[in-house]
Ligand binder design. Structure first.
Ligand code: IPD
Ligand code: CA
Ligand code: CA
Length: 256
């Protein structure tokens, strides 16, 4: 698998993001769930280019209606794409937003590329071969939670999860240094992977939000589970806790 070609494609996709004119916003289902012409343009670009790299691969992408995980996707190669993770950041020019490309092999995470074009930060991982930022090996922090920042996602499209999300946040705040909310789940997990944060959680994200970044974080020594402590399914929507090496067990705030 030629990861260098995939990195070039992610970089070009990032260039489309950076040079886009003021976004044309389209509503999708759910609270504040937006899509722009640029999301669609980047996804079409990624599919066209990635087909040349792995012609036999199937595709699961956020923006073209191919958003349901099927049995076919758990056989052979399947690209899982989020052309812009952080669309509301993109719309309001609140940085960052990232391009997320995962490649599953027989239903398991095989390769992940997450690119933040605003800071030119390219995160990559191949299973069993470590995680890298711009070609340098990265490992998650060994600091305990009490000496770490935590970051969380608000699961904004699922209003029924708001109370629970903020109950956990309120209990987590005194256990760590402070809380952050970036607006992109893939970026949040990369922040745990590179040692900026000790823990990330969100009560519901989709496969395209986590597939690439979860592999990167896992290769950087992070532990990834759902809120009940089960390993991630890589099949569809799930809750996620991503904790750095220094956070040795799931904090009590996730227990009822
Ligand atoms: C969203 C972002 C956000 C997270 C949401 C995701 P989108 O993805 O990752 O941080 O809180 O759960 O859906 O819609 O910007 O691609
Ligand atoms: Ca997303
Ligand atoms: Ca998106």
């Amino acid at each position: 698998m030629d990861i260098e070609r995939i990195k070039l494609i992610a970089r070009e996709a990032g260039e489309i993001m950076l040079t886009a004119v003021r976004p044309q916003v389209m509503e999708k289902e759910g609270h504040a769930n937006f899509c722009t012409e640029t999301d669609e343009k980047i996804q079409a670009f990624l599919i066209e280019k990635l087909k040349e790299v792995v012609p036999e691969a199937s595709f699961l992408g956020e923006e073209d209606g191919q958003d349901v995980f099927t049995d076919k996707m758990s056989q052979g190669y399947c690209f899982v794409l989020d052309p812009i993770d952080g669309t509301s950041n993109f719309i309001y020019a609140y940085r960052p937003s990232v391009v997320s490309i995962a490649l599953l092999k027989d239903g398991k995470a095989y390769m992940g590329v997450v690119y933040n074009p605003y800071d030119d930060m390219m995160f990559t991982a191949v299973t069993g071969q470590g995680a890298y930022l711009n070609g340098e090996r990265i490992m998650s922090s060994e600091l305990p939670l009490s000496d770490s920042l935590s970051v969380f996602g608000t699961a904004p499209y699922y209003t029924e999860l708001q109370d629970k999300t903020f109950e956990i946040a309120k209990k987590l705040l005194p256990l760590c240094v402070d809380l952050r909310r970036s607006g992109t789940a893939a970026w949040d997990m990369c922040c745990v992977a590179m040692g900026r944060c000790g823990l990330y959680y969100e009560l519901r994200i989709q496969l395209w939000d986590y597939a690439a970044a979860a592999l990167i974080a896992s290769e950087a020594g992070c532990t990834l589970t759902d809120v009940s402590g089960n390993p991630l399914s890589y099949k569809g929507a799930t809750s996620v806790i991503c904790s750095a090496r220094g956070v040795r067990e799931i904090p009590d705030c996730f227990k009822n």
